[in-house]
Design a protein around this ligand. Structure first.
Ligand code: C5P
Length: 281
């Protein structure tokens, strides 16, 4: 069975304060977009029960494969359930360490895929709890519809309002800089505030910057002028709203016209250009 773990963009990423457990309280609107990795999970009779044979193609995945969220997700389920031998193949398209959540999507989709392929019958709640153990951004990908995300990332509330993104196009570009999570949080001063996220449904895109901000953006721009330059380039190419996503370094622009988006994508060497609202697979 083949699955398509999507990238996400953060519309606003507000860091409100530090919790007793060391994690930060966050608020953000997570938007899944139509830019995907590919994940295939099949039962493999030649692989011993409880084990998985993991292969990948596409972008290079740095680091130890035992540390990968896909293998960790499989290990979590294999510990609790009697799983058949599995073959798991990941085709990596989404840039890593760029703030689009690809690794988190792959991990959560591995839980969902194994649940489906092996008929485990896990509830949404069980999947959310397992995903929260994998990483802060993972629970969102259990349902991956536009959602308000809070807590350290585990409180996911699907949007009850509609964003004015019909016919809007998104251009996503990565300046090729890796920003580690620790670096992103260092020097960031949390700013506690209350945000009326429903204003995004009522206000035009050009007014969004007064409603939401990515708190990681000023620090990233200061340390990496390439991020600031890319934001300016996307804006000057005609975007109505520009922002860095996650803890960086990927930036995105929202465009009112497909043609302008396509021209901008070519100009900045974007990784993705498509409708801002993806059609559900
Ligand atoms: O949960 P995840 O592995 O994504 O978090 C990586 C690191 O990011 C954590 O160890 C923590 O330092 C920081 N973090 C945080 N507050 C969050 C999410 C992550 O401080 N809400």
């Amino acid at each position: 069975m083949v699955f398509f773990p999507p990238a996400k963009l953060n519309l606003g990423l507000h860091v409100l304060g530090k919790r007793d457990d060391g994690f930060h309280r966050l608020e953000s609107l997570f938007l899944p977009i139509g830019w995907n990795d590919m994940l295939e999970v099949v039962v493999a009779p030649d692989v011993p029960r409880g084990e998985a044979q993991f292969t990948w193609t596409g972008l290079d995945i740095p680091g130890d494969s035992a540390d990968n969220l896909v293998t960790r997700a499989h290990a979590m389920l294999a510990e609790k359930h009697d799983l058949p031998g599995l073959s798991i193949h990941l085709h990596k398209v989404l840039p890593m360490g760029g703030g689009v959540g690809g690794g988190s999507a792959d991990g959560t989709y591995t839980l969902r895929a194994i649940d489906e392929v092996c008929d485990l019958g896990l509830s949404t709640q069980e999947l959310m709890e397992l995903a929260a153990q994998l990483g802060s951004d993972c629970p969102f990908f259990v349902q991956d519809s536009p959602a308000l995300v809070s807590g350290r990332g585990e409180v996911v509330t699907p949007l009850e309002f509609e964003l004015p993104l019909k016919d809007v196009w998104v251009v996503v570009a990565n300046p090729g800089i890796h920003i580690g999570t620790a670096e992103a949080f260092s020097g960031l001063v949390p700013r506690d505030r209350t945000t009326d996220w429903t204003r995004l449904a009522r206000e035009p895109l050009h007014a969004w910057k007064d409603i939401v901000q990515n708190d990681f953006e000023p620090g990233a721009c200061e340390r990496h002028p390439e991020v600031a330059a890319l934001l300016t380039q996307v804006e000057e190419a005609g975007a109505t709203y520009v922002q860095m996503t996650g803890s960086g370094s990927t930036v995105f622009g929202l465009f009112m016209k497909e043609g302008a988006a396509r021209r901008a994508a070519q100009l900045v060497g974007a990784g993705h250009c498509g409708p801002a609202l993806r059609t559900q697979r």
